[in-house]
Design a protein around this ligand. Structure first.
Ligand SMILES: Cc1cc2nc3c(=O)[nH]c(=O)nc-3n(C[C@H](O)[C@H](O)[C@H](O)COP(=O)(O)O)c2cc1C
Length: 204
């Protein structure tokens, strides 16, 4: 199911958010922009206020970015490198004390990233998360401590308007034309018991 004009109302920022695959290869993120994204993540809630997230920031052209590019899966190696920066995320999955917090570490990281995504959208930036890279190689290269797990990459940059593009690989450009789908409420919103669709007129 795709969002339509009759879908329930949500914030424009959320409705218009999508994962761009064509980034402006000349656009540089300022320190202020990066700080705003990290600040949005910082103020996210977390279990026990553990804040079990970390981000390695790789900016296009620097050494951390070069390592990142070398770790990308084939499917991600075309569209990720032109983005202005990639934030490589990590969750603290084995704290020495309070092991229960570790169970929520990926949950908390995901929520912090969601906040970051909304902040980015409000700033006109595009964000495209990805899991397709060699996590172990990157953990070694970035000297990530054992109690932390690398989870994802977040490509950030300026979505490149079609009228300005040149030299974009057709298969990369085609990715953005694919239809976007979502499950209907009946598959994930339940009433009375799990699996029983929630009666939610007029949207069911
Ligand atoms: C944890 C995570 C991992 C993802 N991994 C990849 C990936 O490796 N390659 C890719 O092109 N997109 C990846 N995506 C993007 C999703 O495919 C995308 O969010 C989904 O298709 C919905 O599209 P939308 O974000 O435009 O709504 C990933 C997203 C998340 C949240």
């Amino acid at each position: 199911m795709t969002a339509s004009p009759t879908s329930p109302q949500i914030l424009d920022l959320l409705r218009e958010r999508r994962s761009p695959s064509v980034f402006d290869p000349t656009y540089e993120l300022s320190d202020e922009q990066l700080a705003s994204l990290l600040e949005a993540a910082r103020w996210s809630p977390s279990n026990g206020n553990a804040q079990p997230w970390a981000f390695v920031v790789a900016r296009r052209g620097d050494a951390a970015h070069e390592v990142l590019v070398g770790s990308l899966s084939r499917g991600n190696s075309g569209w990720v490198p032109p983005a202005s920066a990639v934030l490589v995320t990590a969750a603290r999955t084995t704290p020495e004390r309070k092991p229960a917090l570790a169970d929520y570490a990926r949950y908390d990281l995901g929520q912090a990233v969601a906040h970051l995504c909304v902040q980015a959208a409000s700033m006109g930036l595009g964000v495209h998360q990805f899991g397709g890279f060699d996590h172990e190689a990157l953990a070694a290269a970035y000297e990530v401590p054992d109690e932390w797990s690398i989870v994802s990459g977040i490509a950030v940059g300026r979505p490149w308007p079609v009228r300005e593009r040149s030299g974009v690989d057709p298969s990369t450009a085609e990715r953005e034309l694919r239809e976007r789908h979502r499950k209907p409420f009946s598959e994930f919103a339940f009433g009375s018991r799990f699996g029983e669709p929630l009666p939610l007129h007029p949207h069911d």
